[in-house]
Design a protein. Structure first.
Length: 202
């Protein structure tokens, strides 16, 4: 690439979709919301295409994002993320698993409030210790769980889909995870009620 007569090396670009308060250095952080705690590099508009060219990014991380999008729009959203990510590039998708949470609650391993926070809810923020907070996108629009997300990704044509939940260290305070290839993902924490899928773009 040549800009202003100066030759520049192409630098890998990584997309952090819906960064929230978890800004990842070295990634392009995006969100539909910004305030004193949420400071994305690029503010995107909900329901609109991402403002990037096709095949821009070498990897994409979606941490607790898809459950905040209306179910009827999830496929279109993922199609658009697929558009801006290079073919066959790695993607990591992490989110709440309602079924896991209910099973853990039934064994007295999670409080009922955690079940409420992972389930579909559009009336208030049920996240423990954050009930008083509100932001655009705090709603859960559908009940997200591992088998449903796997079927969604598979039906849409994403490749090499595999659960990596057991590979991520059990550290709720973790700030990253390095996969088997040596690539470091900005995974924020590891909780027993989550799912985690790694796949290749279409």
């Amino acid at each position: 690439m040549v800009t202003g007569g100066i030759s520049q090396l192409m630098v890998a670009m990584y997309l952090n979709v819906g960064c929230g308060t978890h800004y990842a250095n070295g990634w392009v952080n995006t969100d539909v919301w910004q305030d004193e705690l949420t400071k994305p590099d690029v503010v995107v508009k909900a329901g609109e295409p991402y403002p990037f060219d096709d095949n821009t990014f070498d990897a994409a991380y979606l941490g607790h994002v898809i459950e905040h999008i209306p179910w009827t729009g999830v496929s279109s959203f993922l199609d658009d993320i697929s558009r801006v990510v290079k073919p066959d590039a790695p993607m990591l998708i992490v989110g709440p698993d309602v079924y896991k949470t209910i099973r853990r609650w039934a064994k007295n391993e999670e409080p009922w409030e955690m079940v409420m926070s992972t389930m579909e809810h559009q009336d208030m923020n049920y996240q423990p210790d954050r009930e008083h907070q509100w932001w655009d996108g705090a709603l859960h629009h559908w009940n997200c769980h591992e088998s449903r997300v796997f079927k969604l990704l598979d039906t849409m044509g994403f490749k090499n889909i595999k659960s990596v939940f057991d590979q991520i260290p059990n550290d709720p305070r973790g700030t990253s995870w390095t996969d088997e290839t040596g690539f470091s993902w900005p995974v924020v924490g590891k909780y027993h009620w989550q799912f985690a899928f790694k796949c290749s773009n279409k």
